[in-house]
Every structure is written in structure tokens, then in C-alpha cells.
Ligand binder design. Structure first.
Ligand code: FVH
Length: 293
């Protein structure tokens, strides 16, 4: 069974993201009850048709679906713990960024209180919500996901990863890791060219197409990583060591800190020292992978 359009939704947390989520539900024709710890952030939403709840409990009791978007795991417990009885029998979709084990802990807490719990990771910024490019990842209660898919799709594409409530967050944080290291790499490059008086904006004109092109080659690394066979006849670790050592020298010469590039060099050096210099760069995966599975 899926929910009827216009069914009431509570949104707890009206930070930049919570406000964007509530707007998307309003635009989708839902009745929306909003609550935030600090009053004042609901004004525009109320003007657009939302109901401002005086307490989180009031918002929850008005709705079958409760969407939570707070700062972190602790704030979710701060808000939801006193409402456990009110939440029993209702669906909670928690879109707060939590670590996988924190999501699992929340799912176990919800189960103990008879609450249907779906965890989610938002792969979008607030202005992207409800627009093309907004993607949300879910795991936990399949019932909640299936029943509320139409409402979830108002925020962005909705992909379900399974009953393990920590999986969506694991994907979310894994993707964010790639993003943070990409941005860190950009700042390292920007620092290098700054030594020649080049602005970050000028550098970005070349960095964006280069990084975009390189991202297209990621699928080429997957076969080696998944099989553990790093045999290569191009660009071995020895080759990459020479390149990264030269980048380190160039960075030093330019007066740039090695904080970003040094861990990359260390990963390569470890594999070369262990006798894998002839194998592919992707072998650095073996230096950081979990022992199981
Ligand atoms: N903004 C983004 O681009 C990212 C995109 C990916 C997903 N994140 C996550 O979404 C969560 C909320 O993010 P946000 O952008 O809305 O964050 P803020 O604007 O800082 O709002 C935080 C809200 O949390 C409330 N809050 C904090 N601590 C408590 C607490 N102990 N009890 C009750 N509410 C609390 C805060 O309330 P207030 O300070 O206004 O009273 C805000 O409503 C987050 O997990 C991101 O990682 C967004």
C-alpha cells in the first residue's frame, strides 16, 4: 500500500536541509507540520502552507510519516527519545547524517519502541532538493520505503539498499570520502599554482575538465580491486612512485604543505616496499582494505 498524496508529514529540524525537505513536501501537495528547536526558522514554510508545531510531539501526532533532519546522532536521540510513545506505530525517516553503526543503533532503538525506521543519506545540497541531480539513499524498513516512496521521491531519486539500516549511511559516507579527497586534491593543486600567482578560479578552469575526465576512468580500476589481480603493463606503482615523488618535490619547492599529497605517497611507498612495484596503482587498496570480507 502506498500513501495517498496530501497525507500529513512531520518535519523535525528546520536547518538549511530540513527547510528544503519541508518545501519539497509542500510543493508535492502534502500537509506538512514543521518543528525546530529554535523558533523562527519556520516563517517562510508557514507562509507557503506549513503548520508550525509548538512542540516536536505535536508535529509527530499530526502525521503518519515523520521526517527527521537534525545535526547528528546525539541530536536525533535528544529529540526522539522523549517521543518514543508518540512515535510507536508511525514511520520515521531519519535523514540526519549518522555513521552506519549509529544508524543501526537508532534502528534497534526504534524497533524496541514499535517504530518503523528507515535511515537515509542525502546526496544533495539544500538547493538541489526536489530538483534533477538530487539523490537519496535508503536502508532499513522496506515497508516504510515502499509505503512512502511517492513522498520520498519528492526530495530526489530514492534508492533502497536493504534492511540493514547502516547501509545507506555506509554508501553515503563512502561517496563523501571520495568527494572530500577530490576537493582536498583540488586545494593542493590550487596551492601549487598560487606559487606562480595563478588564482584558484583560473586553475579551476583546467582542473574541472581534467578531474571530470579522470573520473570516467574509475570503472577501469574496479576489475583489479574486485579480483585482487593488479597485474598491469601500463603505469605501474614504480611509475606512479616516480610521478608522486616528483609532485612532492615540486610542492616543497613551491612552499606548499605536504599534508594532502603525503598520504598518497605513503600508500604507494608501502606497496613498492612490499615488492609490488610492477603492479597497478589500484593495489594501494590492499593497504587500507578491511581484512574481512
Ligand atoms: N546541508 C547540506 O548540504 C548537507 C547535505 C547532506 C546531508 N546533510 C545533513 O543533514 C543534516 C542537517 O543539515 P542542515 O544543513 O540542515 O544543518 P543545519 O542548518 O546546521 O541545521 C541543524 C539542525 O539541527 C538542529 N539541532 C542541532 N542540535 C539539536 C539538538 N540537540 N536538539 C534539537 N535540534 C538540534 C538545529 O536546530 P537549531 O540549532 O536551529 O535549534 C537545526 O535545525 C545534517 O546531519 C547534515 O550532515 C546536509
Amino acid at each position: 500500500m502506498t500513501e495517498s498524496s496530501g497525507s500529513p508529514i512531520a518535519v523535525l529540524g528546520l536547518g538549511a536541509m530540513g527547510r528544503a525537505l519541508a518545501s519539497a513536501f509542500l510543493e508535492g501537495g502534502h500537509r506538512v507540520a514543521v518543528w525546530n528547536r529554535t523558533p523562527g526558522k519556520e516563517t517562510e514554510l508557514v507562509a507557503a502552507g506549513a503548520t508550525a508545531a509548538a512542540t516536536a510531539g505535536e508535529a509527530v501526532r499530526a502525521s503518519r510519516l515523520v521526517v527527521v533532519c537534525l545535526l547528528d546522532h546525539t541530536s536525533v536521540h535528544d529529540v526522539l527519545d522523549p517521543l518514543a510513545a508518540d512515535l510507536a506505530g508511525r514511520a520515521v525517516v531519519n535523514l540526519t547524517s549518522t555513521a552506519p553503526n549509529e544508524a543501526r543503533e537508532l534502528a534497534a532503538w526504534a524497533e524496541r519502541h514499535g517504530i518503523d525506521y528507515l535511515d537515509g543519506g542525502i546526496m544533495a545540497t539544500p538547493p538541489m532538493i526536489g530538483r534533477p541531480g538530487s539523490s537519496l539513499l535508503y536502508s532499513g524498513s522496506k515497508t516504510v520505503f515502499e509505503e512512502h516512496t511517492p513522498a520520498l521521491k519528492l526530495m530526489g531519486t530514492a534508492d533502497y539498499f536493504g534492511e540493514d539500516a547502516g547501509l545507506a549511511s555506509l554508501y553515503d559516507f563512502a561517496l563523501l570520502s571520495g568527494m572530500y579527497l577530490m576537493f582536498a586534491g583540488f586545494t593542493h593543486g590550487a596551492a601549487m599554482v598560487r606559487s606562480a600567482g595563478v588564482s584558484a578560479a583560473e586553475f579551476a578552469e583546467r582542473a574541472v575538465p581534467w578531474i571530470t575526465a579522470m573520473a570516467q576512468t574509475i570503472p577501469m580500476a574496479t576489475a583489479a580491486i574486485d579480483s585482487g589481480d593488479y597485474t598491469t603493463d601500463v603505469q605501474s606503482l614504480d611509475f606512479n612512485k616516480a610521478a608522486v615523488d616528483a609532485i612532492v618535490r615540486a610542492s616543497r619547492d613551491a612552499g606548499v604543505g605536504l599534508d594532502v599529497i603525503a598520504p598518497v605517497k605513503a600508500l604507494i611507498d608501502r606497496q613498492v616496499a612490499d615488492g609490488h612495484g610492477a603492479e597497478a596503482f589500484d593495489r594501494i587498496f590492499e593497504g587500507i582494505r578491511p581484512l574481512t570480507p
